[in-house]
Design a protein around this ligand. Structure first.
Ligand code: PHE
Length: 448
């Protein structure tokens, strides 16, 4: 058919790409605010436990299936099927993954577009272009379409360049920049008045808030944050060399994801209380800490405004951080449908990327134009229903459908002797029984 499949040139390249996919708006924006409104460190502890006990095993299922099949989710699930029914189930789950990955990208690109607009805003202010600055931060349909288009274009450019020259190169460049920016911002914010109150709210556990709701919220967060269920990690696994140990790389990806989410809390919560000290309202009328778009697009910019010229640079650093985090995630989403188009439809990458990218941009545009009715709906369909249900399907494939000897043989590549390890004693049962049951229980709780 088409050109030979791409492959990551090194395990560091894979690690940066997979961690880049995992680390996104979910870590820097979602995690800290969920922690703050769900008992601070109590949420952090529950999240840590769930990330390693639930999300890591599911991540391993995706990586192992992907590396074995060396293809996209549809092909991969069909390939490890053992009969016509499981093949059909595999096609359904595979197409479901492609659809949900595209839907997630369609709303993610809108939010990331806001980040690009807010990154441009301080430059407009520095140039004295006040009209432009007001447009950049005003929530108009025109502004949203423009910046979603810009962000989608950036995502397409990287994906069109391929696995090694696009995904790997950019992730390896952007991930270290992200960590440096995050640390610089933390150091700056922690020196401002009010910061320690934020640290206390974040780090003092309030276990009285422990509830099923907290568990579900932490589970959803872990699934979204590790990019699970939609074939992103599967396709990245399919570009990984067979010389690497999957359990080890998977654990590192989980560790980096959790580590950056935790570290982002050290920035966001203190920044909120510094904003309060500077006179900005940080609680909603109902007494809850402001979260979501209002936090990122109002509370924090209000804080940066009180910092004078330094604030312009802090704003640039902060929104650059957000754009970088979004971009290394959005490319992993776009790769899912693009890889399918290349492998199953025989379209060349350079053509498949703009075609698929434009279809997804069209969906984003429809959402932008009908924002109030569609945005929340698409977020909920894709992340509350799609991701957990597809996650269960992937666990069922790894745990029940795929032949156990093939599964073991795949894991032994790059990790000889794994059959005697603790991992092999626990994990197969885990993906078989514990993961699907836990995910389904939480899913039932949250939607019924
Ligand atoms: N993990 C990304 C984040 O935390 C989101 C994502 C979801 C990426 C699904 C890819 C697939 O922002």
């Amino acid at each position: 058919m088409s050109a030979p499949r791409g492959q990551f040139s090194s395990n560091i390249g894979f690690l940066m790409a997979a961690a880049g996919s995992a680390v996104g708006l979910g870590n820097i924006w979602g995690f800290p605010t969920k922690a703050a409104s769900n008992g601070g460190a109590a949420f952090v502890v529950v999240y840590l436990v769930l990330a390693f006990l639930l999300a890591y095993p599911a991540l391993m299922a995706e990586l192992t299936i992907g590396r074995h099949a060396r293809s996209n989710m549809v092909q991969a699930l069909r390939g490890i099927s053992t009969g016509p029914i499981s093949r059909l189930f595999g096609s359904l789950a595979g197409f479901g993954g492609i659809l949900v990955a595209s839907l997630i990208l369609s709303f993610y690109a809108i939010v990331a577009g806001w980040m690009v607009a807010y990154l441009a805003d301080p430059f407009a202010s520095l140039l004295g272009a006040d009209g432009a600055a007001a447009w950049l931060t005003g929530n108009s349909v025109g502004r949203n379409l423009t910046f979603t288009a810009i962000f989608s274009g950036m995502t397409m450019l990287i994906i069109a360049a391929g696995v090694e020259k696009g995904i790997e190169r950019w992730s390896t460049l952007l991930m270290p920049s992200l960590i440096i920016l995050l640390l610089l911002l933390i150091v700056y914010v922690l020196t401002q008045p009010g910061a320690t109150t934020g640290l206390e709210v974040y780090l003092m556990p309030d276990f009285s808030q422990f509830s099923p709701k907290l568990l579900i919220s932490a589970m959803g967060q872990a699934f979204f944050s590790l990019s699970l269920g939609v074939g992103t990690m599967l396709i990245y696994g399919s570009y990984l060399s067979q010389q690497e140990s999957l359990p080890r790389l998977g654990a590192l990806v989980t560790l980096i994801d959790v580590g950056i989410a935790f570290t982002a809390g050290l920035l966001i919560l203190p920044a909120m209380y510094v904003a309060q000290e500077a006179g900005t309202q940080i609680f909603s009328a109902g007494g809850e800490l402001i979260a979501g778009p209002d936090l990122i697009l109002q509370v924090l910019p209000a804080l940066f405004d009180t910092m004078g010229t330094a604030g312009l640079f802090v704003a640039i650093a902060f929104f650059a951080l957000m754009v970088i985090a979004s971009l290394t995630s959005s490319i992993s989403m776009l790769e899912v449908p693009v890889a399918f188009s290349i492998e199953n439809l025989g379209v060349q990458r350079r053509l498949a990327t703009p075609l698929v990218g434009l279809v997804i941009f069209a969906i984003s545009s429809v959402i932008i134009i009908n924002f109030d009715t569609l945005f929340g709906l698409v977020v909920s369909i894709s992340t509350e229903y799609g991701q957990p249900l597809l996650g269960v399907a992937l666990c069922i494939f790894a745990g029940w459908i795929w032949r156990r000897d093939q599964l073991l043989a795949e894991l032994q590549k790059g990790h000889p002797g794994i059959e005697k390890s603790l991992f092999w004693k626990i994990w197969p049962w885990y993906v078989r029984i514990v993961c699907p049951l836990l995910i389904l229980a939480a899913f039932a709780q949250s939607v019924l």
